[in-house]
Ligand binder design. Structure first.
Ligand SMILES: Nc1ncnc2c1ncn2[C@@H]1O[C@H](COP(=O)(O)OP(=O)(O)O)[C@@H](O)[C@H]1O
Ligand SMILES: [Mg+2]
Length: 217
């Protein structure tokens, strides 16, 4: 794993439950394909055989997991995903679209569960080998709206969905405050088509500066 992606373009979608990440990922993938660029789509935790087993353990567990166990589970899955899928895809010049990455771990295990952010950063760095996204799109929605969308869509509630409203407020607040290299906030309360248009502009802006992504520009 190299520190910066040499060839491809690495785009991450972030935000609380029900923010619209999966919806946006599907829409962007369709747009990319129409533009002649086949994206590599991944979701966390998961995206590899090992990662999907971690996902099951993480979301479906039948006893409470400590914050530390959660941190190590999600980052173990990320470590496998980076090395087996993301880094090779970037090296091959592909556009990688990831549903969650490091910022999720800060928001959930850091702000949500209360682990020191310093610890989260160090374990994240180990898991990713320092591989950072070119662009992180954060979908901002009030946690109540995300929760309502999930209920309306009939999504099966997992271990995290069942957490307290206070937990979800801390997660959402961390997302809202997120700043940094390549971090862009989008208003996730807008209609899906408008969120998609704004995301597409942001991706074009970033991919246009990288070589080999003419299809997106
Ligand atoms: N911009 C939007 N406006 C209204 N509803 C949306 C929007 N984006 C997604 N949804 C709906 O909200 C629900 C949750 O969206 P989803 O993409 O699964 O969120 P996430 O993956 O972030 O948890 C789905 O039923 C989806 O159709
Ligand atoms: Mg989703």
């Amino acid at each position: 794993v190299t520190r910066s992606a040499p060839a491809g373009c690495f785009v991450v979608l972030e935000g609380p439950e029900g923010a619209g990440k999966s919806t946006l990922a599907a829409a962007l993938a369709a747009r990319l394909r129409a533009a002649g660029s086949e994206p590599v789509l991944v979701r966390e935790p998961g995206g590899t055989a090992v990662g999907e087993r971690v996902r099951e353990a993480f979301l479906g567990g039948d006893h409470p997991l400590s914050a530390e166990t959660e941190l190590l589970l999600v980052t173990a899955a990320r470590s496998d995903l980076v090395r087996a899928v993301i880094a090779p895809a970037l090296a091959a010049g592909r556009l990688v679209l990831a549903d969650r990455y490091e910022l999720s771990t800060e928001a959930y295990q850091g702000a949500g569960r209360g682990l020191p952010l310093e610890t989260v950063h160090r374990v994240n760095a180990l898991a990713t080998g320092g591989l950072r996204p070119h662009l992180t799109l954060v979908l901002d929605v009030p946690p109540e709206l995300g929760a309502r969308r999930q209920i309306e869509s009939g999504k099966r509630r997992d271990r995290l969905d069942s957490e307290s409203a206070e937990f979800h407020r801390r997660v959402a607040a961390h997302y809202l405050a997120a700043r940094g290299d390549g971090v862009r906030h989008l208003d996730g309360t807008l209609p899906a088509a408008e969120v998609e248009a704004a995301a597409w502009e942001a991706i074009r802006g970033v991919a246009g500066k990288l070589s080999g992504h003419a299809a997106v520009t």
